[in-house]
Design a protein around this ligand. Structure first.
Ligand code: PEP
Ligand code: MG
Length: 585
């Protein structure tokens, strides 16, 4: 008998529509009893623990190797945090100490040590940190399975194509997902930067996360629709709903196929103006799926994950491994690495910054870096070393004064000299550019262009500082409008000043996720657009359907209009043919 029909709302995480039979996966925490061991058994218990760590590392190493072969080395980095944890001497020693001194079973001691660290991450205010708790839980389960001699059921055992529902998906299971077996998935937990979401996007698997109560409402064998565009799941849909979604799936597939055909075509307007399309990434693992979406490089590699995701400062080696993996994955194309943009809403305890009244106007971005030159130089060294493996550029955030660029150039020269002196290979000429994301940078764009190799306009911050609208405040979100005339005039000025001095201008804020805004950017003369990889095919299609000369005329008119609504109306009126792209975007 068919189960009851329910619609549940979640967060759209990976686009597409998945329709199929449900397979519920249960990765519950394993029950561990508080068993004590006799003093004579301690040696054997410690040996069992060491053996479990070795087995777990071997298994994970095998999964990593398969995944690296399938998806590339940069993608496989997703599992390195876990391998690192498995070989962490502090975790190992702490567990053994509890076994020896408290005469507890290794399983109990290990769970105790790991759960403490995991709960700390889970209660973090930072979404990225919370998502990383999954690595701890995954390692915990894997080692406990060995210690408790339990077998685990997971994605390996999927019989046929299914739609998955779970509380969460451990990263090491996530990498086993293939679109031919997994038609889509819905998770109760998960954020936009969780591993499962990153893998789903790079493999084109529709996903909805944050679906509260999914496991209560959905059971094995139910029929399920996962709508990764609108963030909805339909459990046991009626015939009319099923019919509607089948049609939506067909439309989406046809749309994707048409976009795919554009993949290897350049983003050239009808009158021959070429605009380079680049991707924004937040973690190195994302690099591998970019070509599939037609990215011609990485225009913004945010590096905060290193600083926010660590209990201590990231080492040069860790950073070097990540930067060089991305450089290799994208070579010979451009990869713009943005130096640490900590501060603002991205503060970590070990940085020692006491709370500020106005953190977005405080110790943020390049201001923080220049106040901590040792930390900054470690990052610059890692980038310089990685530059031997691809075409890397350095970009500094939150610039308001010319001295910030000049001092960064001096530090770059020092770093390069040190490396060359030590015989370590690095590029002889890494381009140094800046984020233009403050009104000050807009106003002195002429001066800044004289000392920068490129500009990338960070519209997320430029909007909040120009329009005095907190980018995270829901009450004023209606004022957060990228097509506001004040913004368009700022962008126009930056492009003009940059071009006068012969440097290229990119836009890397969320504004470029909106195809309509991309037409505006083309009309304003930007050279590159960097955005979320998922929007790239749609943006390319729309750019290929317009004449840049026409867009320039539209924007000349737009710069004289008074409201963003008028600007949108003007652009829409000219873009009737592109309505399909605007619908899916
Ligand atoms: C921006 O400000 O537009 C930007 C791209 O940087 P972030 O969102 O990381 O501040
Ligand atoms: Mg910014």
């Amino acid at each position: 008998m068919k189960g009851k029909s329910v619609t549940l709302q979640g967060v759209a995480a990976s686009p597409g529509i998945g329709i199929g039979e449900v397979r519920v996966l249960n990765f519950d925490e394993l029950r561990v009893s508080d068993r004590s061991v006799g003093a004579a058994e301690v040696g054997a218990e410690v040996a069992r623990f060491e053996q479990a760590l070795t087995e777990a590392a071997r298994e994970l190493g095998e999964i990593r190797a398969c995944y690296a072969e399938d998806m590339g080395e940069a993608s496989a980095l997703i599992l390195d945090a876990q391998l690192l944890l498995l070989s962490d001497p502090v975790m190992r020693e702490s567990t053994i100490k509890v076994v020896r001194s408290e005469l507890r079973s290794a399983a109990w001691a290990f769970r105790d040590v790991l759960a403490g660290a995991r709960h700390h991450l889970e209660s973090s205010e930072n979404e990225y940190m919370r998502d990383r708790a999954a690595d701890f839980l995954d390692v915990e389960r894997r080692v406990l399975h060995h210690l408790l001699s339990r077998s685990s059921a997971g994605l390996r055992d999927l019989a046929g194509p299914s739609v998955l529902v779970a509380h969460d998906l451990p990263p090491s299971e996530t990498v086993l997902m293939h679109p031919d077996k997994v038609l889509g998935f819905a998770l109760e937990t998960g954020g936009r930067t969780s591993h499962s979401v990153i893998v789903a996007r790079s493999r084109g698997i529709p996903a909805v996360v944050g679906v509260h109560g999914a496991l209560r409402e959905v059971h094995d064998g139910d029929m399920l629709i996962v709508d990764g565009n609108d963030g909805v799941i339909e459990v046991n849909p009626d015939e009319a709903t099923l019919h509607r979604y089948r049609q939506k799936l067909k439309d989406f597939q046809e749309f994707e196929t048409r976009l795919e055909q554009n993949r290897d075509l350049p983003a050239v307007t009808l009158d021959g103006r070429r605009i380079q399309l680049l991707a924004n990434i937040e973690v190195p693992e994302e690099a591998e799926g970019l070509r599939r979406r037609g990215a011609e490089g990485v225009g913004l590699f945010r590096t905060e994950f290193f600083y926010l995701n660590h209990a201590s400062l990231p080492t040069e080696e860790e950073q070097y491994a990540a930067y060089s993996a991305v450089a290799r994955a994208m070579a010979p194309d451009l990869v713009v690495i943005r130096t640490m943009d900590v501060g603002g809403d991205k503060v970590t305890s070990y940085m020692g910054a006491s709370p500020e009244d106005n953190p977005f106007q405080g110790w943020r971005g390049i201001r923080y870096s220049l106040a901590h030159e040792d930390i900054f130089k470690t990052q610059l060294r890692a980038i310089y070393r990685a530059s031997a493996h691809g075409e890397l550029c350095i970009m500094i955030p939150m610039v308001t004064r010319i001295e910030e660029i000049e001092r960064t150039r001096e530090l770059c020269a020092e770093v390069r000299q040190e490396l060359v002196g030590a015989g370590i290979p690095c590029s002889p000429d890494i381009k140094l550019g800046i984020m233009v994301e403050t009104p000050a940078a807009v106003m002195i764009a002429d001066h800044l262009a004289g000392v920068s190799d490129f500009f990338s306009i960070g519209t997320n911050d430029l909007l909040q500082y120009t329009l005095a609208v907190d980018r995270g405040n829901e009450r004023t979100s209606h004022l957060y409008e990228p097509l506001d005339v004040a913004m368009l005039r700022s962008i126009s000025r930056v492009v003009e000043e940059g071009h006068k001095r012969g440097i290229w201008i990119s836009v890397c804020g969320e504004m470029s996720n909106d195809p309509l805004a991309c037409v505006a950017l083309a009309g304003l003369g930007v050279d590159k657009i960097s955005t979320s990889p998922f929007g790239l095919p749609g943006i390319k299609s729309i750019l290929r359907s317009i004449s840049c000369a026409e867009a320039r005329q539209w924007m000349e008119q737009a710069l004289q209009l008074q409201t963003a609504a008028q600007v949108r109306q003007l652009l829409r009126a000219h873009l009737t043919q592109a309505s399909e792209i605007l619908r899916w975007a």
